[in-house]
Design a protein around this ligand. Sequence first.
Ligand SMILES: C[S@@+](CC[C@H](N)C(=O)[O-])C[C@H]1O[C@@H](n2cnc3c(N)ncnc32)[C@H](O)[C@@H]1O
Length: 213
Amino acid sequence: MADWQMAWNEIWALINIKSGDKVLDIGVGEEARSTKKLVELGAVVTAVDKDESRIALHKSLSATLIQCDASSLPFSDGYFDLAMAFATLHEIDPRSHRRVTREMVRVAKRLAIVESAPWGNPEAKAVGDIARRAYESMGSFEQRRPLGYWMGLLPPGVKVRSHAFTVKQHLDKKDVLKAAQKEGWPRECISQIKALVFGGDYDNKVFLILGSG
Ligand SMILES: C[S@@+](CC[C@H](N)C(=O)[O-])C[C@H]1O[C@@H](n2cnc3c(N)ncnc32)[C@H](O)[C@@H]1O
């Protein structure tokens, strides 16, 4: 099992950003890991998020940050060298997945999608299922899907390559409960997490899908 840092380095090497590339990053998120990495690699970065508060957190980055829904991108056809969704699609309403990936293909010459596969381990899967129900009840999404699901969203004619990495992911009950309280999960979901026995390192599969027109 590789550690995440090794997989992270390999993923970025395969994405192969060149200094000056015009890159669209879908989903800034709380930590803006992908946006920061793109800036560090010398890309000319535009990053979007539908949540204004996520944009506000990262105003100091050397990137153009725009609040919008990724299912309707305010950019012209082929404007970007690359459109990326780094650990973002699983948080987007599944009814928009096809629309979002078509928009990525429309606005860029290449695309890169990074996503985690569904948990293979029963303990971790039980935690993931509770998290998914908690988010759904709060109107958000947290849905891991198999590789074939994401590949199936891309229009015919896109040349696709995929890579898979098995990485170690640590699940600590105290951390999960802390996050659940902070995010305001329903009480019933918090009780279910409390009743579960879990903790430690689990195999997590991460996919990288690269596409070009
Ligand atoms: C897990 S975060 C992204 C992580 C980030 N790429 C990183 O590497 O740190 C997912 C983000 O997608 C945003 N999001 C969810 N649905 C969206 C949509 N329809 N359009 C744009 N952003 C969306 C959420 O607000 C959230 O900030």
